[in-house]
Design a protein. Structure first.
Lengths: 109, 339
């Protein structure tokens, strides 16, 4: 079925999964969507890939996300808990391909 | 602890980012002197620390200005009012005095006596990012440290550095000549820091002067009062034990609200609630301006912080000059009367 809703599944620390439904066509990054959904994301730098406080782990759907830029890789390198599933959510622009993406929000210790 | 003030001022500004700096100007127009304290070793806050070379497009009068240039301009603009600075220290406590004024105490023992406190703390204190290891905190100061203050402290020591950025590479290079043993632990198998620095690290490893553990993460720490062992886990889950006197995790800085949360102010979601009449906090003589405050309609913009600084100064005047009436004057009429 095609519709104009993008569904993002967010796994919580207790294992529960919440599905966020975002209308296609909004000009938002995943960080902005998570913030608007009241996830505890600082996003200090406001989306410039400069602070690494919007760190997420991709559980399912990494292939739909496009390549990490050098700026994002540099920043991920500063995180003690980053691994190959790590992304900065501010660097992911919402689009149809993201429908069904499953992620986990990582705490900023 | 010695609580005799070693600095006396009219307004003590906590945070030397753009809004804290501009507050010096607005206070100076009203003949109020300012002292600024910031946990970072340089002024400019986020602008200098996180994005010095990013252009900002919404500063009135500047179609575009690099963040560091804005900081430099602000320093020039406030110079006539002779602000003084305590940098690299964190404000721990505000202590109210019998006459209503305050002592501001830092973690390094600096005590500032001020009539008014202005919190312009942005997102809080930038603090080192710490890896999540059980028991790590108990070795802080006993072998575990997040910044290198004096490299000579490591002479003859066995040290483990963790991280893959510029500072991890720099210190590995530097400490290889000083310490007895250096091990660098890095998550990936390549370094994204400065390529020539990375090359030097690989050369040092080949020459046997340092040990390089790539595709590895810190796994645990242990010791007896002081740090003695660091265990590292690689991608294949193989554990390697390293006998070590020091562990230096270098994973950059991240902002934390820090001690501000303990000052009895109305803190809501990491921000201080203020009255938009004058950006006062509800505690007499304490104001909060810039990204650190919150109120209905709050926008975290530098230009909003500048506005807040102007209104704060008008209100703070009554505490600094209780016997005088404030009359508002334009700089176009009066110019700048430097101290």
């Amino acid at each position: 079925m095609t519709d104009d809703i993008i569904r993002i599944h967010v796994e919580h620390p207790d294992g529960l999964v919440r599905t966020l439904e975002v209308p296609d066509g909004v000009q938002l990054s995943l960080m902005e969507v998570l913030k608007a959904s009241e996830y505890d994301i600082l996003a200090t730098c406001g989306g410039m890939a400069l602070c690494a406080t919007c760190h997420i782990s991709v559980i399912d759907g990494m292939d739909s996300l496009g390549e990490r830029t050098d700026e994002e890789l540099d920043m991920l390198d500063t995180l003690p808990n980053a691994d190959e599933n790590s992304r900065l959510s501010c660097q992911i622009q919402l689009n149809r391909d993201l429908d069904g993406l499953k992620i986990k929000v990582l705490e900023n210790k | 602890m010695n609580t005799q003030p070693n600095i006396k001022t009219d307004i003590c500004i906590v945070g030397a980012g753009p809004v804290g700096l501009f507050a010096v100007f607005e206070a100076g127009l009203l003949k109020m002197r300012c002292h600024l304290i910031d946990v970072l070793p340089q002024v400019g806050g986020q602008l200098s620390e996180i994005y010095p070379r990013k252009p900002i497009y919404d500063i009135p009068g500047y179609p575009a200005i690099d963040a560091q240039d804005l900081v430099d301009n602000l320093m020039e603009q406030i110079a006539p009012f002779k602000p003084t600075f305590t940098l690299g220290e964190r404000v721990e406590e505000l202590r109210r005095q019998a006459d209503g004024s305050y002592y501001v105490l830092t973690n390094e023992g600096t005590v500032v006596h001020a009539q008014v406190i202005v919190i312009a703390g942005g997102l809080g204190c930038f603090e080192p990012r710490k890896p999540e290891l059980p028991g790590l905190a108990e070795f802080e100061g006993k072998g575990v440290t997040y910044m290198v203050r004096n490299p000579d402290d490591y002479a003859g020591k066995r040290i483990v550095i963790a991280g893959g950025g510029d500072s991890a590479l720099d210190w590995t290079n530097h400490l290889a000549d000083i310490a007895a043993e250096v091990t660098l632990v890095h998550r990936s198998d390549s370094f994204r820091g400065a390529p020539d620095m990375a090359d030097r690290v690989f050369q040092l490893a080949q020459a046997g002067r340092i040990r390089l553990l790539l595709q590895s993460n810190l796994n645990s720490v242990s010791g007896n009062g002081a740090l003695r062992e660091v265990v590292v886990k690689d991608k294949q889950n193989k554990l390697t034990s390293i006998q070590a006197d020091a562990l230096i995790p270098l994973f950059g800085l991240s902002p934390k609200l820090g001690p501000i949360a303990n000052w009895g102010l109305n803190v809501q979601a990491s921000a201080i609630a203020v009255d938009t009449l004058d950006y006062s906090t509800g505690v007499e003589r304490i104001y909060a301006i810039g990204d650190i405050n919150t109120y209905p309609g709050k926008l975290k913009l530098i230009l909003c912080g500048f506005h807040e600084a102007a209104l704060m100064a008008q209100s703070a005047f009554k505490y600094v000059y209780p016997d005088q009436r404030l009359s508002f004057k334009y700089t176009t009429v009066n110019g700048i009367n430097e101290f």
